[in-house]
Design a protein. Structure first.
Length: 364
């Protein structure tokens, strides 16, 4: 009888142990267990954080320090460090829209559009009236050539913040891309009313003059932008465009190269422009090299334009040109722009070379 009782106890204990093990196994392999908070908020599970305890004063100071360090790294184009700092901030406060917006900015600046969009949308889940998130979405759609979506997002930002000249500039750029020049000019005027010396507003006005073939007016505005900000690469690129339209290819090349000196890793426009210049000059090798660089940075932007570009007429029958175009077409499906996940750390050639030094410096 005693022996039989022990058997029942042993069997009951075994059942309890098996139940505990099964519960632990299910929990360990569940998506909620495996995903960090920053990734959960990219899906539909954001509500699970509504009861999160507020941060202490010490934690708030640490959070602000992480955001500040990320901002400094982003300004210095140390993108790996910026991503790391912003992610730490998001993990500390999963309900903070600023962290997601900042991560979206990093990925957008480096032409990783898919994760940028996801982070901006994550910010909007936390704050549906976040104008910066809508503006970020607009900038990404604009970079992809999706101008109607860009305009819709930018107008959403404007509806929530109508005192920011940069939002009016974004609206004007979208209207220009859609060939609605009158509305573009109205938006630029509103930006200049808010800030008469805003370089972005004057750049938009210069580009408007350029599209209307008013080259002297465009030149004046581009030079005014440089006066306000001597490192504004877009203004030097614009002066290159003016020179190209005046058939001064050597001067155009000089301005394009100067624009690249500011941002050689992620600024694709001057590479594409240099490819056009070299194609017109009959320098096929240089043209193909610069075209390849432009497409590697932002294949979405040029995937259709490159095939219809008249300045590439001398390259159309070159097998290297055909191969390059087809390779970039495939990259749209499998390349980093379309498939990059949020957990990937950026590694450009220059960053690979300097990452150890940069990270060591960030810890001091």
């Amino acid at each position: 009888m005693r022996k039989r009782l022990y058997s029942y106890i042993e069997i009951s204990s075994l059942i309890i142990l098996l139940s505990i093990a099964l519960t632990a196994l299910v929990f360990y392999h569940s998506p909620e267990r495996l995903q960090p908070p920053s990734m959960l908020l990219l899906g539909d599970e954001a509500d699970i954080w509504k009861d999160v305890e507020p941060l202490t004063t010490t934690e708030e100071k640490k959070l602000q320090s992480l955001l500040d360090e990320g901002d400094i790294a982003l300004e210095k184009r140390k993108y790996n460090i910026a991503i790391r700092k912003y992610r730490e901030a998001v993990l500390m406060d999963p309900l903070l829209p600023t962290g997601y917006v900042n991560l979206g900015d990093v990925y957008h600046d480096t032409n990783r559009f898919t994760p940028a969009i996801r982070y901006y949308k994550a910010a909007l889940r936390q704050d549906p009236n976040n104008a910066e998130a809508y503006q970020g979405l607009s900038d990404v759609f604009y970079s992809q050539g999706r101008y109607r979506l860009a305009l819709k997002a930018c107008l959403s930002a404007l509806a929530r913040e109508n005192n920011d000249p940069l939002i009016f500039v974004g609206v004007s750029n979208c209207y220009m891309a859609l060939d609605q020049m009158s509305r573009a000019r109205t938006a630029i005027n509103e930006a200049l009313k808010l800030d008469p010396e805003n370089p972005d507003a004057h750049l938009a006005l210069a580009n408007l003059h350029l599209k209307e073939n008013r080259l002297q007016h465009a030149t004046k505005e581009f030079r005014l932008v440089i006066q306000y900000n001597p490192q504004y690469s877009d203004a030097f690129y614009g002066l290159g465009e003016v020179a190209r339209l005046n058939n001064d290819l050597d001067t155009a090349e000089t301005f394009y190269r100067h624009a690249l000196s500011v941002d050689p890793e992620y600024y694709e426009e001057p590479y594409y422009a240099l490819a056009r210049i070299y194609a017109l000059k009959g320098k096929k090798q240089e043209a193909l090299q610069n075209l390849e660089k432009a497409l590697s940075i932002n294949p979405d932007k040029f995937k259709l334009q490159v095939k219809s570009e008249k300045d590439f007429k001398s390259l159309k029958d070159d097998p290297r040109f055909k191969k390059l175009v087809e390779e970039k077409k495939d990259e749209k499906i499998t390349g980093k722009t379309g498939e990059l996940q949020e957990t990937e750390i950026l590694k450009t050639p220059s960053e690979k070379e300097n990452s150890v030094k940069e990270e060591a410096g960030s810890e001091k």
